[in-house]
Design a protein around this ligand. Structure first.
Ligand code: ADP
Ligand code: 5GP
Length: 204
């Protein structure tokens, strides 16, 4: 079996990281794609675990050297997904999970990996709760929170392109939904190495 790609997007503060952490507690053979970013590191984040934090010059070198499957400017910083780890995950039969923005989603959906993708958009129950959660997280400056809220309205324009929508109201219920989707994400026909699967199946 080959692996699969699970793309998770949604406005900043919608609960993507929180839900992913819950999901990884019970989904085997899966791992988080650690993106590279030029955003400053937040309190509590670990370089090499949450992100690879790099300078703008290093990021631009990586673009030149074709290191990224996709990259985008989001909320004024650069973010990119490493190509190597995706290829390895698929060959090793693993589910690789991307927490990427709507621009990254479009690029991956239109890449050679399109058929391996399952995509989920996460939203909190309301705009007022999104603001409340972003503020209570306490990791961003007032200006950055305002920018993230403003950008969320543009991000919503892509919602209909995703396979699934999860409303992150109750954490336990929302993470249950995410786990259910993650479990089925590797059952796409493409993950079966179809030609050899069908050759063997017809002979059996
Ligand atoms: P994202 O990764 O999408 O930017 P986070 O996972 O950092 O969002 O969540 C934003 C804030 O909302 C965090 O402080 C988190 O603890 C909180 N949060 C996430 N999910 C829920 C939920 N279901 N109920 C209440 N608070 C939540
Ligand atoms: P944050 O700064 O809150 O960690 O992330 C901000 C936004 O960048 C989120 O929407 C997140 O999904 C997105 N993001 C994180 N990594 C990547 C990436 O590698 N590529 C793209 N396109 N977006 C990313």
């Amino acid at each position: 079996m080959l692996g699969g790609i699970l793309i998770i997007s949604g406005p900043s503060g919608s609960g993507k990281s929180t839900l992913c952490k819950e999901m990884f507690k019970s989904i085997d053979n899966s791992f988080f794609s650690i993106s590279t970013t030029t955003r400053p590191i937040r309190d509590g984040e670990v370089n090499g675990a949450d992100y690879y934090f790099v300078s703008k010059d290093k990021f631009k070198d990586d673009i030149k050297n074709s290191k990224f499957l996709e990259w985008a400017e989001v909320h004024g910083n650069y973010y990119g997904t490493s190509l190597d780890s995706v290829q390895k995950a698929l060959n090793d039969g693993k589910l690789i999970v991307f927490d990427i923005d709507v621009q990254g989603f479009e690029l991956v959906k239109n890449s050679v990996f399109s058929e391996f993708c399952t995509s989920i958009f996460i939203l909190p129950p309301s705009m007022s709760l999104l603001k409340e959660r972003l503020n209570s997280r306490g990791t961003d400056t007032k200006g950055s929170v305002e920018n993230r809220i403003k950008n969320s309205k543009d991000e919503l324009k892509y919602l209909h392109k995703y396979d699934y929508l999860i409303i992150n109201d109750n954490l336990k219920i929302a993470s249950g939904k995410l786990k259910a989707i993650a479990k089925s994400a590797k059952l796409k026909p493409e993950s079966y190495k179809l030609k050899s699967f069908l050759d063997n199946w017809l002979k059996s």
